[in-house]
Write a protein that binds this ligand. Structure first.
Ligand code: PLP
Length: 403
């Protein structure tokens, strides 16, 4: 059997239709959209059509969409541009403890330059509590940035409730929707979102392209100096093939969202049920209901996830121990710490993220391999041996008492 890819939260393969849509813009339609001649103007029209399409997908206006080089850039831009709003140097940002590093590290940098940042805690399933948010709002709060859905545990935040509070108090609300966009419905009007980041490579588009939505009227500072692209706010010749590819990918994602949701949720729940039933000393991380359709995050006691990932790789199964950005680091991720995974489970985290090309047959194989590999690793674990000995002596003690 060919390899099984279960790391769609890290990235997805580009759909062939997307590649086909991009191809002409490398050679035949290579023109710079800022030039005055006709072929350039045709390219300009095409990228403006993508802007309209993205806007309509999230319920925004085309002039509220800015193309970026991906999610990281959109996140950095949103925070740095809005943190010091109204010239309030030393403003206050509210975010959460489980944001992607594109947000977390930017917040740390803003703190170093004088901003105050409040990191809202999350509960054991990874959700912030609205009451905590309300309590932390200050007179000088300039921005609330809470992710739509988490990249490690898949937990979806109460976005509409956050938007409602932010709007009542006239505080801009940014959400990192990199994992959510293309997977679950987004409506910036209904959910009262003021800024939103997304990235094409998470919904079967190309890497290195994304967008930032910014509600009209917000004082967005420019990110890059240079030409007048993106209304003078993000200079640089547009990544035309990337933008075209992102448009095509989003068009297809919109069409298939519901069927993918049903299919992936079924596979997700099947995996979770079988893994927790058939492999003892296993826990599920994240939320049972407010969870991305494709996210499975489990932790095995007496197992080191780095070793497990290597064994899975040898079986041609691609998975992740936490955020892709954290791979190579043995320490439990900030998300795993934030949801207070018990210490016996912290080092045995496994993230499996499903995609539309996965099959039920693959799910079955993954469970079979996991059962074998977890057992293999436990056999080599001195902690597991100690644990079994302790259990045995407890049992013997019980038997003696009963006699
Ligand atoms: N935000 C989240 C939640 C992510 O999962 C990622 C990537 O994994 C990013 C931001 C960064 O996006 P990009 O890879 O497009 O820079």
């Amino acid at each position: 059997m060919a390899g099984i890819y279960l790391d769609h939260a890290a990235t997805t393969s580009v759909l062939p239709e997307v590649v086909d849509a991009m191809k002409p813009y490398f050679v035949k339609e290579f023109y710079n959209p800022s030039s005055v001649y006709q072929p350039s103007q045709e390219v300009r029209k095409r990228i403006e059509a993508v802007r309209e399409q993205i806007a309509s997908f999230i319920g925004a206006q085309p002039e509220e969409i800015y193309f970026t080089s991906g999610g990281t850039e959109a996140d950095n831009w949103a925070l740095t541009a809005l943190a010091g709003r109204k010239g309030r140097r030393g403003g206050h940002i509210i975010t959460s403890t489980i944001e992607h590093h594109a947000i977390g590290h930017t917040c740390k940098r803003l703190q170093q330059s004088g901003y105050a940042v409040t990191y809202l805690p999350v509960d054991g399933r990874g959700r912030i509590h609205i009451e905590d948010l309300k309590r932390q709002i200050r007179r000088n709060t300039t921005l609330i940035s809470i992710m739509f859905a988490n990249n490690e545990i898949g937990t979806v935040q109460p976005v509409a409730e956050i938007g409602e509070i932010a709007h009542k108090l006239h505080i801009p609300f940014h959400t990192d929707a990199v994992q959510a966009c293309g997977q679950i419905p987004i409506d910036v009007e209904r959910q009262q979102i003021d800024l939103l980041s997304a990235s094409a490579h998470k919904f079967r588009g190309p890497k290195g392209v994304g967008f930032l939505y910014v509600r009209k009227g917000l004082p967005l500072q420019n990110l890059l100096e240079g030409g007048g692209q993106e209304r003078g706010l993000r200079a640089g010749t547009e990544n035309v093939p990337g933008i075209i590819g992102m448009g095509k990918a989003l068009e297809l994602a919109a069409k298939t969202m519901e069927t993918r949701r049903v299919k992936e949720t079924r596979m997700r729940d099947y995996l979770i049920t079988r893994i927790t039933k058939e492999i003892p000393y296993t826990r599920v991380n994240g939320h049972q209901w407010f969870r991305l359709p494709n996210n499975v995050n489990v932790a095995f006691r007496f197992v080191n996830s780095e070793s497990l990932l290597i064994l899975l790789d040898m079986e041609q199964i691609c998975a992740s121990g936490g955020s892709a950005c954290n791979s190579g680091s043995a320490a439990p991720s900030h998300v795993i710490e934030a949801i207070r995974v018990p210490k016996e489970y912290k080092n045995g985290v496994l993230r499996l993220t499903i995609g539309e090309e996965n099959t039920m047959e693959e799910m079955n194989r993954v469970v079979t391999v996991l059962k074998a590999k977890v057992a293999e690793l436990r056999k080599e674990s001195p902690e597991y041996e100690d644990f079994l000995n302790q259990e045995q002596s407890k049992e013997n003690g019980l038997e003696e008492k009963q006699e």
